[in-house]
Design a protein around this ligand. Structure first.
Ligand SMILES: [Zn+2]
Length: 109
């Protein structure tokens, strides 16, 4: 964040499998998430993705309605999007994307 990042050009994250651009570095909100495969990042926005069927999920932090997020190009499941939170303290996650670190690649445009 700040000036050092400005020198990096325009970093973005792309699909590790097909290099489809998925989100911009500037949309990164947190690196402190966990998914089945390991570390995951939270983003405010994602592009070139397809949302799966809504489902209820019991996660470590509570119960949510989520939808899987897949790459629009290759179909790889990258993570999920929070659609509803059942606990007030978790409402800030609604509309956010969790993308597994192992599924994306940081690139510079
Ligand atoms: Zn892909």
């Amino acid at each position: 964040m700040g000036q050092m990042d400005d020198l990096d050009g325009h970093p973005l994250y792309s699909c590790n499998r097909c290099r489809n651009p998925i989100t911009l570095r500037q949309n990164l909100l947190s690196k402190a998430f966990k998914a089945r495969s390991g570390d995951a990042y939270m983003f405010s926005e994602a592009m070139n993705v397809v949302l799966g069927v809504k489902r209820e999920a019991q996660l470590i932090t509570g119960r949510f309605v989520v939808a899987d997020v897949s790459c629009r190009n290759c179909g790889e499941v990258l993570g999920w999007k929070y659609l509803k939170a059942f606990e007030d303290s978790q409402r800030y996650k609604i509309g956010r994307f969790i993308i597994e670190k192992s599924k994306i690649l940081k690139e510079y445009s």
